[in-house]
Design a protein around this ligand. Structure first.
Ligand code: ATP
Ligand code: MG
Length: 242
């Protein structure tokens, strides 16, 4: 479904992505794991067209989308829920959701989808007229995901959706993410710093370090990898896995 091949991205002279390749099959959950500054967000931004690729290609459903504008990429079926939520604080919850549907013209269907989002995240239903900036961190993340879903994507890009949230809220969010994948067949590419959460969640994963994919594979195998244990789980990994 999504194929990224040998992608290079720069910010001025900073070579942020040094030829990454990855893919997501339809209906799959895939994680991209890496430390601060590894290039995870840049990878998602390059896929959604926010950052220009210097070379390499991104194809989606066999179409080359490498140099397509972000709005057209949304229309093609990719939705990006950015790092740090980026909801519009001075708009209501409902207006934030409506903005997620900015590429659509089917107003009665949009209305139905708003209802579905409120079922998926009931907390949003009680707060639809509230300014989004007054929501808690967890609620803002739910709103950000719901807004992302309003374009009816077939691939959702999630950038650290549980960053800074209490474990119980993080669990809630991931429960809905798994529901969207299992029940609705949505393909999801998730960026996570927390290797333990990430490897428990997805089927396949990629480890990125300083702009390069260092390891990839089935999450069960990745969990067993000594390199991952050393780099991401530290001395206490036994407690984490066993
Ligand atoms: N707008 C920008 N201008 C210049 N350099 C940038 C910009 N955005 C990112 N970078 C640099 O590109 C590299 C990759 O950044 P990126 O945000 O993709 O990392 P990340 O893996 O998402 O990190 P984090 O886990 O901290 O979010 C870093 O060295 C970063 O400093
Ligand atoms: Mg990031």
């Amino acid at each position: 479904m999504l194929v990224v091949s040998n992608l290079h991205c720069y910010y001025g002279r900073i070579h942020a992505l040094k030829g990454i390749s990855l893919h997501v099959k339809s209906g799959e959950i895939v994680v991209l794991i890496g430390g601060n500054g590894a290039g995870k967000s840049t990878a998602l931004k390059a896929i959604s067209g926010i950052v220009q690729a210097a070379s390499g290609t991104v194809t989606f459903n066999n179409n080359d989308i490498t140099h397509i504008s972000p709005d057209k990429i949304v229309m093609a079926g990719i939705s990006h829920v950015p790092e740090g939520r980026r909801i519009f604080p001075r708009l209501t919850v409902e207006d934030n959701l409506l903005l997620g549907a900015f590429t659509r013209r089917d107003s009665s269907e949009i209305k139905k989808d708003m209802g579905k989002m409120k079922e998926l995240f009931p907390v949003l239903a009680n707060r639809s007229k509230q300014y989004a900036g007054t929501l808690s961190g967890g609620e803002q993340q739910m709103l950000a995901i719901a807004r992302g879903l309003m374009s009816r994507p077939s691939l959702l890009l999630l950038d650290e959706p549980t960053m800074g949230l209490a474990p119980v809220i993080a669990q809630d969010i991931y429960r809905q993410v798994i529901y969207l994948n299992k029940e609705q067949g949505l393909a999801i590419l998730i960026v996570e710093q927390n290797a333990r959460i990430a490897l428990g969640l997805a089927e396949r994963g990629y480890i990125i370090e300083t702009g390069r994919i260092m390891l990839e594979g089935n999450c069960r195998e990745l969990k067993q990898s000594n390199e991952i244990k050393r780099a991401y789980l530290g001395k206490d990994y036994r407690e984490v896995w066993e």
